[in-house]
Design a protein around this ligand. Sequence first.
Ligand code: SME
Length: 153
Amino acid sequence: MPSVRRSQTPSDLPVWYNPLSPLGSAVHYVASLSPKFNWVGIYVLKGKFLELGPFIGAPSEHQRIAVGKGVCGTAVAENTDQNVADVRARDNYLACSLETRSELVVLIRDGQLPDSKILGQIDIDSHVANAFGPAEEESVRKVANELGALWHA
Ligand code: SME
């Protein structure tokens, strides 16, 4: 009888997951979590650059961001999520839309340890200042963890 690994059973998969479009389905799901999430995208880390993958919202001129630049690149350089309550207070902010007031960047890692390899990040912009509280951070972190676990699946 063919064996099915437990990790492959549908019940183990996140509700949002579409194997035909893992990143796209994650972006759609995250965008559905709150009306305050006005732009949601996934940047994939390739060497020393973040490259924009699927996104929902206005087109961004920041298709490629160097590690260390902007809020997104800082997250990778400092190996830590970024919750920017007011983007106007950050001098390294790279504007995507003039309407954006706050931004959340949650790293996607290939494990749950703080030093697990960074694969990319979920980036969310809001037109509302201070849009991201503990509940928002937690729900996006959950998706980032699930995506990290499925990344090489
Ligand atoms: N604001 C980001 C750039 C990406 S756009 O928001 C889509 C940054 O400062 O890195």
